[in-house]
Structures are given as C-alpha cells and as structure tokens.
Write a protein that binds this ligand. Structure first.
Ligand code: UDX
Length: 498
C-alpha cells in the first residue's frame, strides 16, 4: 500500500519537529507557525520543516513560501523530505493510509523520521538532534518518539477545539450509550448528553463523521482514541483559536492540558506581527491560485457575492454538484465558486472545467451572468473582499476562522471529521450562519438557505459576524489574548521551559 503522510519538523534551537496532515488547512497552520517562530525568536533558533515528497513538490510548484522562508531566514529555515511512495502525478487523499503509514514510520527502527530527528552531523549545524518536537495532535505516536529522544513534545491540534473535546469524550460516549447509534433521520436529531459543556446543543448528527456507523476497528477511530489518550501527555498544547471565541466546554480542555497556547486566528496573528505587504504575497497553496477572480469581484456590488468552497479534501458527487448549481442559479445570487481539481467524484483529476454540452442551458447562462468558477482561489483575500456577502463552506476549521476574521456569515455544508461539530457551533452557538445537513443538499434547500443568508436575515447575521470579527482582531492586537499567548509560546520555546 502506498503510504501518504506529511511530516513537518521544526528545529528550535537546533530542531523542532512537527508531524502534519497533508491537507491544505493544517499545512497552512504549520507554515504560518514556522514563519512566526522564525520572525519572533532570536537568530539562534532554527526551523526545519520536513514534509513528504508529494507535499514538498506541490509547495515548490504552487506556493512561494518555501523559497521566501529559505531566502529570508537563510540558514535558519529549510525543508527535509520523507519519501511517501507517491509518483509526481498521484494525489493521495486517503486519511487512513496516511495514519497507518505515519504510525509505521514512527515505530520503525531506522526510519527516516528517526534519522532526521535523532542523528546529528558535525559539519552541518542544522543536523543536530532535535531539542523539541511540535507535532500534529492526531499523531499520538509522537509521545513515544519524544520520550525516546528525551526532548519535550508540544502538540498543535490544527482542527477545532470543539471537535477535539468530542474526541476526548468518545470513551464516555460509549460508556453511557450515546454511541453507537442508528444512523437514521429520527435518531440523528437525538441530543448528546455526555459531552460536558455542549449538552444544550449537540445532537448525534453533529458528532464527528466517523461516529456515524461507529466501527471500533476503523483506523480513524483508533487514531482519535489514541489522540484522546496521548494528547494530554505532551508538555505543551497549541490551539488555533482565541479565548473570546470558546465556550463552556473549553474549561474541560484547559483542565486536561494546563500549558495551553491559544494563538489564533493564526493567519491574523501572522498578519498583525509581520508587515502587511509581506503577508499579502505569501501563498502556501498546494494548487495554482487563479487570481483573476479578484478582478471579477472588483466589478461586483458590495456584499453581493456568495463564495463557495469545500476546502482541500472533501469531494462531492455529480448529483450533489448539480443540486448545488441549480440552487445557486435559482437563488439569483452572484457567486464565486472554487471547483478544486478532483473535488467532483469520478471526474478527471486535472480539470475543473465542465463538459458544457452536458450542462443544462439555464445553468450555463446563469453562471455567465452572475457567476465565476475557478479551480483554486486566494481564499483569505477573497473573504476579505468587500463584494463577498456570504460563504458556503464545508466548515473546515481554517475556512471557518478565515470567515470569522472577515465577518462573513456562513452556510455550512459539513463533510468529515470536525466539520459536523463546527457547523453546529457556527449556527447554534455563535449564530453567524446556517447549517445545511449534508443529506439535505437539494436544490430547494440550497436556494432557500442562500436567500435567507444573503437577503432576508442578512443584517442579523452580518451584525453578529462583525462583532465576532472585532473580537478576533482584538485577540491578536498588542496585549490581546492570542498576542500574549504567542509571546509566551516563543519565550518558552527559546528558553525550553517545558
Ligand atoms: C482539513 C479538514 O477538512 C478540516 O475539517 C480540518 O478542520 C482541517 O483539515 P481542509 O479541507 O484543508 O482541512 O479545510 P480548511 O481547514 O478549511 O482549510 C482549507 C484552506 O485552504 C484554507 O486555509 C483556505 O484559505 C485554503 N483555500 C481553500 C485556498 O487557499 N483556496 C481555495 O480555493 C480553497
């Protein structure tokens, strides 16, 4: 089986290591963290970012980060790669394979991981053994690796804290029989009572995707259970959130992980710490950004455009594509739609273009009049554009935070993992969007939700979203909660106070 994994290793002051998931959101987080560490710490601190061949190839091809960091921070920053078994044209998307290969790498004697982490070279300052590991929270195996190397471990869980808390509660869910459950319509609306702090709003349908049709042998479940067990054992924990955003359940995470650094929204923290002009030109994209959509947005009225994107991993069937498309056209809203190559199941990986002869005339005409379709967009810039009035999103954690930062209300169409929980919190707790249950993605539902968000309840959603955007801005401003938390993290890294 081909392994698919992404490894990210930071080295501070000799090396810090982080293992990362091969999705755009988590990669953005780790690259931004690397950038912040390099820019805010003394020159004695170096960062080595180790990734798989696949991700490294894509970053060199489509992002300018690799070259920029290597240039700006030479010789303090560099990439290392771990072979993943994928050819240049393959696009590994299977999370369980990723997981298994990562676990195997961490356990194997003489693995590339151990070589990069544990063995120094007298000639090369950068190749000293690591002094600290920063790893993606999902990789429970890193506790043993860090112990073996006798270095501190800091977990950075790049998914949402509200979902992380549900992971911690899975053993409890099983005990009180909130899990497993029948995956039928009626049962899905039943309340979940065994996730403390979320009792008033969490339903079965809002639990992470792998809780549906619960199978204890599912490798993702095993990974998540391992995370719940191992995560608190690290010496420090980084989360991409800010204090003012989090609700009642957060006190429980804090009790388990007292050395917590809430440094989000990370992309805003980066912008506020590093010159605006520099951050504007940063791209971590794994796909080529089509910047022509910004010119198209310039020509649209304020807050009139719905942005549609389902992130870097989710994919839809052709039927779902047609329902979304009809819903968009029937709503009469303007829209900017990202159709990532490979995001339509059974469609050619390399194209986001439609075979126009197969598409009904009203969709083609409506799209020409009011729509713009691109294969990948500069999303942060798009969401910051004055023409954007709403975001139809899969509710990946980064997309959710990026929308919050720009005060853009959301229609949530969750697919996997944390997206179900996130969409519930967006709609029920923060009330800055509407939740579309994935199974209800019909053209009528899509049209109604768009009209509700962009027209009938627009002011109400905008007001709340603006308020939340202000809280995010305050958190990263000087002396704000995330600003201070990032300072503590850097201080603790530099002095190895873990
Ligand atoms: C994955 C999981 O899907 C998500 O649930 C989890 O929270 C993080 O890992 P991903 O699919 O990559 O994330 O979604 P998300 O976290 O929202 O990140 C997507 C990133 O891609 C965002 O930072 C967004 O700005 C960027 N993006 C997306 C672009 O730059 N251009 C696009 O056209 C679309």
């Amino acid at each position: 089986i081909s392994p698919c994994c992404l490894w990210t290793f930071f080295c501070i002051p000799n090396m810090i290591q982080a293992a990362q998931l091969p999705f755009q959101g988590p990669i953005n987080c780790m690259l931004k963290l690397a950038n912040l560490i390099l820019s805010l710490s003394p020159a004695t601190v170096s960062v080595t970012f180790v990734t798989t061949d696949f991700i490294h190839r894509r970053l060199l091809l489509h992002s300018n980060t690799a070259a920029r960091l290597a240039h700006d921070y030479r010789p303090r920053f560099r990439f290392e790669t771990v072979h993943d078994g994928f050819g240049p044209d393959e696009n590994p998307r299977n999370v369980s394979l990723l997981t298994m290969s990562l676990e195997a790498q961490a356990q194997a004697e003489g693995s590339r991981l151990r070589e990069v982490l544990g063995f120094g070279s007298a000639e090369d300052e950068m190749k000293k053994p690591v002094s600290c590991i920063i790893a993606e929270g999902l990789y429970g195996c890193m506790v043993d690796v860090a112990k073996e190397l006798r270095v501190p471990l800091v977990y950075f869980d790049t998914c949402s804290p509200c979902c992380l808390w549900t992971y911690f509660c899975i053993p409890n869910l099983l005990k009180v029989v909130d899990l497993p459950f029948q995956d039928d319509e009626e049962g899905l609306d039943a309340s979940i009572t065994s996730v403390p702090g979320m009792e008033t709003y969490l339903r079965r349908r809002d639990l992470p995707s792998f809780c549906h049709a619960y199978d204890p042998n599912n490798p993702v479940i095993q990974l998540v259970l391992k995370e719940a067990q191992e995560f608190p054992k690290a010496q420090g924990h980084i989360l991409n959130t800010f204090d003012e955003l989090e609700g009642d359940y957060f006190a429980h995470i804090r009790a388990l992980c007292p050395n917590l650094y809430n440094i989000g929204p990370l992309h805003l923290n980066l912008k506020s710490r590093i010159q605006q002009e520099t951050t504007k030109s940063i791209s971590n994209s794994l796909w080529q950004e089509d910047r022509s959509c910004l010119a198209w947005l310039d020509a649209q009225p304020p807050k009139s455009v719905l942005f549609v994107s389902i992130g870097s991993l989710a994919s839809m069937t052709k039927d779902q594509l047609m329902e979304i498309w009809h819903g968009l056209i029937n709503s009469k809203s303007r829209f900017l739609w990202v159709r990532r190559p490979g995001s339509i199941i059974n469609k050619d990986e390399d194209t986001s273009q439609d075979d126009l002869e197969m598409i009904p005339d009203d969709l083609v005409e409506g799209t020409k009049k009011r729509g713009c379709i691109v294969s990948w967009a500069p999303q942060e810039e798009v969401l910051a554009h004055g023409a954007i009035g709403g975001f139809l999103t899969h509710c990946g954690w980064n997309s959710t935070l990026e929308s919050i930062v720009e005060g853009v209300p959301m229609i949530c169409w969750p697919f996997y993992v944390d997206q179900q929980v996130n969409s519930r919190v967006v709609s029920e707790v923060w009330k800055i969007g509407l939740d579309m249950n994935k199974d209800n993605c019909t053209r009528v539902v899509v049209e109604e939700l768009i009209k509700e968000l962009m027209e009938t309840r627009r002011d109400e959603f905008s007001k709340r979203a603006d308020k939340m955007a202000k809280l995010a801005a305050q958190a990263v401003a000087e002396d704000g909660s995330s600003y201070n938390s990032l300072n503590h993290l850097i201080d603790d890294i530099v002095s190895m106070r873990f």
